[in-house]
Design a protein around this ligand. Structure first.
Ligand SMILES: Nc1ncnc2c1ncn2[C@@H]1O[C@H](COP(=O)(O)OP(=O)(O)OP(=O)(O)O)[C@@H](O)[C@H]1O
Length: 311
């Protein structure tokens, strides 16, 4: 049993030309814990991850990993980390197994280990294929294979499935879940995909402007921070915002197109819906599209910041 977390980050700040990319941020990550960093472009995710990786130095604050710091124990920290950067580039002139053997040789690993990794990342049938011939998903799997060669305690993955199709994404998710179960790995993952954070991670940390807005399990984030349900709708002619706020149980009105296409956050769909339909019909208006659903992390983020995660 570990008594202290794997990573302890205390009040770190990093500025670029007066802009605080990471702003007095405190966070810890436990052993065998998977944590997702979720936030819009420019939120500070990459800067935070690069400081944990030792690629950037905080202006102030401290980072300890397994009780060690980059200032004193860089060589040790390198041995416990597996890193995959956004869009890893490998030379096209090598085959898949040559890439794994080359990186494996840095850790003095024999071919037996690299064959095992090839199996884990499910690229055996591509062992002799040149990197240039691989699909996007296969390249990402290879990058993951390289990141896991040294059997790392901590995996740091920057958008590992961006741009991949759902099947390739799912395969990478399976590999990561297998690692968690079989090797007790911890992971910090940055992503723009809520489903990815939800599927893989024990905790979700929402970041904006270098600060943590929320840090919790998905279930807690969705229930206790901002409970409610969502009605997304479109009408044929404009509705007044006031008239919507007058409906009992409506907590928020967000227009995608002012007056005609919007989303209501409501306490209960079953209570609000009949009143909404009545309001629309009694004014001779028509609903042209309609969808009701539970809240998502994107809704939560919009409530917190007024913006979407995907802007
Ligand atoms: N080397 C740098 N020089 C100047 N500004 C930087 C540098 N690196 C990051 N920034 C700025 O710091 C802020 C945070 O950037 P960062 O790349 O960490 O965000 P991010 O959340 O990873 O975004 P994305 O999802 O787009 O990768 C941004 O305003 C960015 O422009």
């Amino acid at each position: 049993m570990h008594t202290s977390p794997l990573i302890t980050i205390q009040a770190i700040t990093k500025s670029f030309k007066g802009v605080k990319a990471v702003d007095n941020l405190t966070l810890s990550v436990g052993y065998n814990e998977y944590v997702a960093l979720l936030g819009p472009n420019g939120a500070g995710k990459t800067t935070l991850v690069e400081m944990i990786e030792g690629l950037q130095k905080p202006d102030s604050g401290s980072i300890t990993i397994q009780g060690k710091t980059w200032q004193k124990d860089a060589a040790f920290l390198r041995t416990i980390m597996g890193i995959s950067l956004q869009e890893t580039k490998f030379t096209d002139k090598m085959t898949v197994s040559e890439v794994l053997d080359l990186f494996g040789s840095f850790y003095k690993l024999g071919k037996k280990v690299t064959r095992q990794i090839l199996q884990t990342i499910r690229l055996e049938e591509k062992a002799k294929a040149y990197v240039v011939t691989l699909s996007g998903g296969q390249r990402q799997k290879l990058a993951l294979g390289v990141a896991m060669l040294n059997n790392p305690q901590l995996l740091l993955l920057d958008e590992p499935t961006t741009g991949l199709d759902p099947n390739a994404r799912r395969e990478i998710w399976d590999i990561l879940m297998q690692l968690k179960k079989e090797r007790g790995t911890s992971m910090i993952l940055t992503t723009h995909y809520m489903e990815e954070a939800a599927y893989l991670c024990d905790r979700i940390v929402i970041i904006d402007k270098g600060k943590i807005l929320a840090d919790d399990t998905l279930a807690t984030l969705l229930t206790s921070y901002d409970p409610g349900e969502v009605i997304a709708f479109q009408v044929s002619s404009p509705l007044a915002t006031n008239s919507l706020y007058e409906i009992r149980g409506v907590k928020d009105v967000h227009w995608i197109e002012e007056g005609v296409k919007g989303m209501l956050t409501v306490e209960s769909i079953t209570h609000t819906l009949p009143v909404l339909l009545n309001l629309v019909e009694s004014s001779g208006n028509t609903i042209t599209s309609f969808e009701s659903r539970k809240k998502t992390l994107d809704d939560l983020f919009r409530t917190m910041t007024g913006r979407s995660l995907h802007e």
